[in-house]
Design a protein around this ligand. Structure first.
Ligand code: PLP
Length: 327
């Protein structure tokens, strides 16, 4: 049982702090999400120095929540932590905190089957410390009610703009300090790109590299379906080495597609590869599978059946663990 400073009210997000205990091992503690917990000198706030993961938890018929693909999210969190040289709690500590948060939310609310929570794990570098002092990172889990998928949105699809991210496709190997494959807290650029898209008549973005390769959305992975010469179905996603995040949703969908006999492909992809496709999607853990209906103002085909198929594979809730395909 986690220690408790706070009993969540119905509908309120649940916060589980992972503060280092006396022996150094972090212990989960339920806390008030509306109260301040970080100092203003925390480098998560002053420099965007930290990492996060966002996962989806769904309630079953008994009203019990389970977080989807925990192994994949915790594996990616560990990879981000290694890239940032940031000390983070071990996987069992996160698992305990997530379980405590899910149970606390279920206790405080009338839960119906299919109710959803966005589960956000965050670690910041904490306040600056003096030379020789141990780092004091802050870590927590925040669980917030998430809307059920909107069938109208899934039918309608999203309009995307192709936006240059300004980095070339060799940056991941050439300049690892740019952390392109890590899920860092520095998402201001991603959010600015989304605002730019919305100010220009679109809903979302697909980033391209400065040398013209397709990358990813600001909060999603790009998937493309097309038929090969033998009319076999093929699912393609941009090459990870081009400097994109390893998508957990993409990995789940690819594993299911392969099991169904689809061919898989990992870029490199250019904007011309978007033409003549059977379907284009942005996929991510909380929003799921969203069909793209227009690229830079040009309509593209939306195949509702394929969208449902891909969403069904994602909903089958298979955890790819800490090895995400695409390496
Ligand atoms: N790419 C970026 C930049 C993201 O931020 C995300 C998710 O937030 C994704 C891809 C999709 O990742 P996942 O499917 O693991 O949610």
């Amino acid at each position: 049982m986690p220690s408790t400073d706070h009993s969540p009210a119905p509908g309120e997000p649940v916060l589980v702090l992972l503060t280092a205990g006396p022996g150094g091992a972090p212990t989960p503690r339920l806390a008030d999400p509306a109260a301040p917990h970080l100092t203003v000198t925390d480098q998560g706030a002053t420099r965007g120095d930290g990492l996060f993961e966002t996962a989806l938890a769904v309630a079953d018929a008994s009203g019990v929540f389970a977080m989807r693909k925990p192994g994949a999210h915790l594996g990616r969190l560990a990879a981000s932590a290694a890239a940032l040289l940031l000390p983070v709690p071990e996987a069992p500590v996160w698992e305990e905190a997530i379980a405590a948060g899910l149970a606390a939310y279920a206790d405080a609310n009338e839960v119906a089957e299919g109710d959803r929570l966005a589960v956000r794990l965050t670690v910041t570098r904490g306040p600056e410390v003096g030379p020789g002092e141990p780092p004091r990172p802050s870590a927590w889990v925040l669980l917030s009610p998430a809307a059920r998928p909107d069938p109208a949105e899934r039918r309608a699809g999203v309009r995307v703009l192709l936006l240059d991210r300004g980095l070339d496709s060799t940056v991941a190997e050439r300049a690892p300090w740019l952390l392109t494959g890590a899920k860092t807290l520095s998402y201001a650029v991603n959010m600015a790109a989304l605002r730019h898209a919305r100010a220009h008549g679109a809903d979302d973005v697909v980033f391209t590299s400065a040398d013209g390769y397709l990358l990813e959305g600001p909060t999603s992975t790009l998937l493309i379906s097309r038929r090969g010469a033998d009319s076999a179905r093929r699912l393609v996603t941009p090459l990870r080495q081009k400097g994109i995040l390893a998508g957990t949703s993409q990995s789940v969908i690819f594993a299911a597609a392969q099991a169904e006999g689809w061919a898989l492909g990992y870029g490199p992809l250019v904007p011309a590869d978007l033409e003549g496709a059977d379907g284009l999607w942005l996929v991510s853990s909380v929003r799921g599978v969203l069909p793209i209906r227009a690229v830079d103002g040009r309509e593209v085909p939306v195949d509702q059946e394929l969208t449902e198929l891909l969403q069904g594979w994602l909903d089958a809730d298979v955890d790819p663990g800490d090895h995400l395909t695409g390496d």
